[in-house]
Design a protein around this ligand. Structure first.
Ligand code: GLN
Length: 554
């Protein structure tokens, strides 16, 4: 087994996750089998209880594990399906060790960070690598070198480096090379972060330098000299308009040649190479440059509109759909609360203001009462003005509330998440959730089947019509509340259709308005954005964007 360990220096948010995902993509395109592991040094067991304001979106894996958004990058770039064991946190490691201690399995020893915690980390990394049957295991260590939290993990990989064969281990360090106002690129932050690494006994083999622009002549030599690496091991990774271009940029810098040589990776035949990614990036690039390409504008009405990372997978899923449809997509983030205070005419004005109109409304997932009424207003707006609408999870639940209020004519309708006292809880906790006390990992999480009704918009979206027995799809979930089955019939009589359900039919998964009434109105209890990939767009996103495109042409 070969291991590539990615660390980061200087500051967070440099794009370490994208670098790791890109290295994985490059190796995969050359025909190597890869497996990624993300280490998150926080004490949380998983990211499920974390506020998206601080950490960006919570990504959900097929098995229901709630993880850091970097795992979303891995899935999209490397086109892999990850599971719980691919994310290692301090919480997971320590709780395993403490449990073992309680069982007396350390036989009277004093349980310590070295060797017990580090052994646990090493064993877990090796187990995932071995089970995967991969050629290369990529490990990203979250945080910045020098943080207290990441010390045990850095120590564990230091030990592994000594235990594995010389050629089987490679350290990649992602760092920042800032440019001064005089346009001079500064190497000191990189020197210092490599120094911090070396103090921990780690010498990087490859240094990836992030910055606004490519490294100037002489800068590579300087970093090579001060950081004790070869010049070809200093890689320039400038900002780019399109994150999906990063694997190509790194490849241009000769990264795969360096890695395969240094790690003595067996040379694979050219026939094993895959160029689909490259072609996809080229398509996106030529479209960006073309002046005739249709540009679609989507209003995303959410609570965390100020921090786009909170809706990262949605942003990416829209891009994937646009790549396939041959258009460009621009997202306008609308803070839902703003719509609450504005009168109808002002809502219209603020929706359009400075944006030259938009062709679709998307209401994403969310929690809690803040901004909810604004989202409902946006849904009503899209429904009555016949603007293509896509609602996701909370967006689906609020579309149900909107329909119950304005189509079924019920009064004081709400979700019981938002109003405990409502006489009409059209969205509520189902029995299995009613007694749940612990918040972490207890929602309805991960992959579940959705059965699609014949001759509906949903059937068209998923292209399952007519195919006998195939009207079943699997999508990822993350919710506690659900449509109250007691109201389903009343809502359907009022004009909406529950076109997707679970096997029993009781649990509602998709809501739509018939195509005769609206150009495109679809909402899903699940999160289709988590399964979207650059070359395999999510069906609801693709259909939604296609409807927006049609809306624009009309
Ligand atoms: N708050 C809602 C629930 O818990 C929706 C969750 C979501 O949008 N992810 O069911």
């Amino acid at each position: 087994m070969k291991y590539i360990v990615v660390t980061g220096g200087v500051m967070s948010g440099l794009g370490k996750g994208i670098t790791m995902a890109s290295v994985g993509r490059i190796l995969k395109d050359h025909g190597y089998k890869i497996v990624p592991i993300k280490i998150d040094p926080y004490i949380n067991i998983d990211a499920g209880t974390m506020n998206p304001f601080q950490h960006g979106e919570v990504f959900v894996l097929a098995d229901g594990t709630e993880v850091d958004l970097d795992l979303g990058h891995y899935e999209r770039f490397m086109d892999v399906d990850l599971r719980r064991e691919h994310n290692l946190t301090t919480g997971v490691v320590y709780s395993a060790v403490i449990k073992r201690e309680r069982r007396g399995e350390y036989l009277g020893q004093t349980v310590q960070i070295i060797p017990h915690i580090t052994n646990e980390i090493k064993a877990r990394i090796r187990a995932v690598a071995a089970k995967s049957g991969a050629d290369v295991c990529l490990v990203e260590i979250g945080g910045t070198v020098g943080d207290i939290e990441s010390m045990p993990f850095l120590e564990a990989v230091r030990q592994m480096h000594g235990e594995e064969d010389e050629n089987d281990f490679l350290f990649v360090h992602v760092t920042l090379v800032p440019t001064t106002t005089q346009k001079e690129q500064k190497t000191k932050p990189t020197q210092h972060s490599v120094k911090a690494l070396r103090e921990l006994g780690l010498q990087p083999d490859l240094i990836v330098c992030r910055g606004e622009e490519a490294l100037q002549t002489g800068v590579k030599e300087k970093i090579a000299m001060f950081c004790n690496v070869r010049k070809e091991a200093v890689v320039s990774a400038p900002d780019t308009e399109d994150i999906y271009e990063v694997p190509l940029l790194l490849e241009k810098e000769g990264i795969s040649a360096y890695i395969t040589r240094k790690m003595q990776l067996e040379q694979l035949e050219q026939s094993k190479e895959d160029h689909a990614w490259e072609k996809m990036v080229e398509r996106r690039k030529s479209r960006r440059k073309s002046c005739t390409v249709e540009k679609i504008r989507i209003a995303v009405v959410g609570k965390y509109a100020g921090l786009e990372d909170s809706y990262l997978s949605i942003k990416e899923a829209l891009k994937h759909a646009a790549t396939t449809l041959g258009c460009e997509v621009e997202t306008r983030w609308v803070e839902a609360e703003v719509l609450e205070v504005e009168a109808e005419a002002e809502v219209e004005a603020s929706f359009f203001d400075g944006f030259d109109g938009f062709q679709g409304v998307l209401v994403p997932g969310g929690f809690g009462v803040r901004g909810a009424e604004g989202k409902i207003k946006a849904i009503e707006y899209a429904r009555t003005r016949k603007i293509p609408f896509l609602g996701l999870c909370f967006g689906f639940q609020l579309a149900v509330v909107e329909a119950a209020r304005n189509l079924a004519g019920l009064e004081d309708v709400n979700s019981s998440e938002l109003s405990a006292a409502t006489p009409h809880p059209v969205v509520c906790l189902l029995e299995e959730q009613a007694g749940v006390v612990e918040k972490g990992g207890t929602m309805r999480l991960g992959d579940y089947e959705v059965f699609i009704k014949k001759d509906t918009l949903a059937a068209k979206v998923y292209e399952v019509h007519g195919v006998h027995g195939a009207a079943r799809v699997v999508e990822r979930h993350r919710h506690r509340y659900e449509v109250n089955p007691a109201y389903a019939e009343r809502l359907e009589q009022a004009g909406v259709i529950f076109s997707g359900t679970d096997r029993s039919g009781l649990r509602k998964e998709i809501l739509e308005i018939p195509a005769t009434q609206h150009p495109f109105f679809l909402a899903t209890q699940f999160h289709p954005e988590f399964k979207s990939r650059p070359n395999k767009p999510s069906p609801p996103f693709k259909a939604f964007l296609a409807a927006c495109l049609k809306n624009k042409k009309n």
